[in-house]
Structure formats: C-alpha cells, structure tokens
Ligand binder design. Structure first.
Ligand code: ZN
Length: 163
C-alpha cells in the first residue's frame, strides 16, 4: 500500500503513502500511531465515506455530518481528540488517545452514525448558530443523514476494512 517517491523515499505525510486507487469505501483504517515525548500514544484513523476519486460528500452535508457526529462521538469512543473532515471531502480523520483497534472504532462509528441517521428532521443541528459555527448557513441535514445511513449499510455489506 506504500507509494514511493521517485527517489525511493516515502512521503512524510502518512495519507500520501496510501494508494487511494486500491481502497474500497466505506472503511476504517488506522492512518498513524504516534508516541509523544512523555510516552502518550495518539492514534489517527481514516474514516472514509466515499470511494476516492469517484464520489465526494457535498460540502453542506459534510459540514452537518461533522456537527452531528461531534454531538455523539464522545459518548461512544474514549479519548477522542479530534474528528475533522478531509479536504478532499471523501471522509474524516479521527484522532484518539491510546492504542485503539480499527474494528472497535468501526463498531462504535456504526453506533454514532445510527444516532446521526435518526436525528429528527425538525430538531436544530447542534452548534449551528452564528455564535457557534463559522459557516452556519451552509448545512444540509437530509444529505448528512443519508450519508450516515449509507456508511452503516456499506460497512454491514463489505466489512470495515479498507483493502
Ligand atoms: Zn460548523
């Protein structure tokens, strides 16, 4: 899975070493595990929603997914540091304290996204007021809920692995 530079070196950025043409979305993949100077372990996961270079999440739906997942993810997954969208809009990065397994993260993300998919249509999106969000007008609950359901269905059909 490692893509090498022409000089035989790997890229310094972990995700550039992933061959995006070989993965099968949706999936959960451990992207990195780092140890800090005081021995703390931090693990980063690639939580992919769409097939890279085939499909990508519409911006407003991605934004709402980010808000709704933020509402629930800390109830399910211990030691969450961050959950942020990828610039390519094909998924999110999840960063957590400690060593955690892809399968556990996938199982817990199913729980998170089940709640997201069940968000009532008439309930306000959390953190989506002008005081709380940097682009509060750009939200799309319907698309966010659709993609939450698609992720769950995809994982149930093919498993959580990327490749
Ligand atoms: Zn926002």
């Amino acid at each position: 899975m490692k893509a090498e530079l022409s000089n035989g070196q790997n890229y310094k950025v972990d995700s550039f070493n992933l061959d995006h043409t070989k993965v099968k979305a949706p999936y959960v993949r451990q992207a990195a595990e780092k140890e800090g100077p005081k021995g703390d372990i931090v693990t980063k996961f690639d939580v992919r929603f769409t097939q890279p270079n085939v499909e990508f999440l519409p911006q407003a739906g991605l934004h709402t997914l980010e808000h709704l997942i933020a509402e629930y993810i800390r109830d399910e997954i211990e030691g969450v540091i961050d959950f942020s969208p990828m610039g390519c809009r094909t998924g999110f990065y999840l960063t957590v304290f400690g060593k955690q397994e892809e399968k556990d993260i996938a199982d817990k993300m199913v729980n998170v996204l089940t709640k997201v998919a069940a968000w009532p249509d008439d309930k306000p999106i959390p953190g989506a007021a002008p005081k709380e969000c940097g682009n509060y007008r750009e939200h799309d609950l319907k698309t966010a809920k659709e993609w939450a359901a698609k992720w769950i269905k995809g994982i149930a059909e093919k498993g959580y692995k990327c490749c």
